[in-house]
Write a protein that binds this ligand. Structure first.
Ligand code: BYC
Length: 331
């Protein structure tokens, strides 16, 4: 079974909060209100701990699974420079996963348990990496627009309340901003290239648009966790706020390139300043995050294989007799 078993049809019941010691809870909430950072050894409500583990773990899994669709394009990227840049980017994403697993471990869940929950299908990871990257243009749209979406969300969360998570996010955001430049450059090259290249990048944008709209999570009115996460300053923007900010920053850039967005209703309301759009298919989103997307099985199969293949390395590192290199004496 995928995820924490939650549906997303209204705020979760927070019985765990009601069970907390009122004085400790009040002191904790006062620290949150004062914008203090909460550190691993500080007192925290059980629900704050559980929510952070869920969210940081899902984020870490998203980075490691997110390396897969772009990773398959390293050997096929056009030219040596693009190959080098894409290889560095993919390596960064895997590094982000390491930072995030470490941050989640500070809350008491071991890395082994997190990886086990990923490959058993118990933990979620971002919807968007369950779609195929058919062409080089798909890879460029991921590097530009998926990374753009990630930055919007992560920059907000990097001002949040849990020390280890926000410190990891600060570093991740710096690296992501390089990815964004690389992705933008690669999209501009296609969008200003031959008619075939332009058609290829438009086609990729058309296919990634719905997953991109899903990427920010369900609408606020359907979100289960936003209320408590905003109250405790883990999420510093809601799902809808991040989606709006993304549209605000990137739709004009997409239009500047002469590309179109596959939503005839997309426009900015001049009175409210809000983007109006067709609601993406939330039933599709639900199916994909619950394991039934076009690539879920393939993605997890790759991770399972990596886990099996890497087992001997982990065993060797744990064995005390291999903790240092032995020099074999000459016979
Ligand atoms: N995909 O109550 P809600 C990257 C789930 S990687 C899948 O709104 P919340 C990159 C949600 O988990 C960056 N599931 O949840 C890497 C919950 O289910 P459970 C990825 C989703 O937590 C490589 C249910 O729906 N970024 O950029 O308040 C190459 C109800 O949702 C999604 C992060 O992970 C989704 N998109 O808000 C290139 C950011 N959305 O757990 C690029 C950190 C929702 O109850 N995460 N669900 O079973 C967050 O900021 C928040 O967790 C979310 C969701 C905004 C994603």
């Amino acid at each position: 079974m995928y995820g924490g078993g939650n549906s997303f049809e209204g705020p979760a019941k927070n019985e765990l909060v009601e069970q907390e010691n009122p004085a400790l809870l009040a002191a904790f909430e006062a620290r949150i209100a004062a914008n203090e950072k909460i550190e691993p050894t500080d007192w925290m409500p059980a629900l704050y701990r559980n929510q952070l583990i869920r969210m940081i773990e899902q984020h870490a899994h998203s980075e490691i699974i997110g390396a897969l669709p772009e990773g398959t394009w390293i050997t096929r990227a056009p030219g040596f420079k693009r190959k080098l840049a894409l290889m560095a980017k993919v390596q960064d994403e895997v590094g982000h996963a390491q930072l995030l697993y470490s941050a989640a471990e500070t809350l008491g869940k071991s890395r082994e348990d997190m990886i086990a929950d990923l490959i058993n299908g118990k933990s979620k990871y971002s919807n968007i990496f369950n779609y195929p990257a058919f062409t080089w243009a798909d890879s460029t749209i991921i590097s530009w627009l998926v990374d753009a979406g990630a930055i919007v969300n992560q920059l907000a969360n990097s001002r949040g309340s849990y020390g280890p998570y926000v410190r990891a996010l600060e570093r991740i955001c710096v690296e992501e901003s390089f990815h964004l430049k690389y992705g933008h450059d690669a999209v501009v090259t296609l969008a200003t290239g031959s008619p075939i290249q332009r058609a290829m990048v438009q086609d990729a944008l058309n296919r990634w648009w719905t997953p991109l709209m899903h990427f920010f999570g369900p609408p606020d009115k359907m979100s289960v966790h936003t209320e408590i996460l905003v109250r405790w300053k883990v999420k510093m923007s809601t799902n809808d706020e991040c989606r709006q900010q993304f549209l605000d920053m990137y739709v004009p850039k997409i239009w500047d390139l002469g590309l179109t967005v596959p939503d005839p209703n997309l426009r900015k309301d001049p009175e409210t300043g809000q983007w109006l759009y067709t609601e993406p298919d939330w039933a599709e989103f639900k199916r994909v995050i619950n394991g039934d997307g076009p690539c879920n099985k393939e993605r997890l199969a790759v991770r399972r294989k990596a886990e099996t293949r890497g087992a001997w390395v982990r065993e060797a590192l744990k064995a005390s007799e291999t903790a240092h290199v032995r020099v074999r004496p000459f016979a």
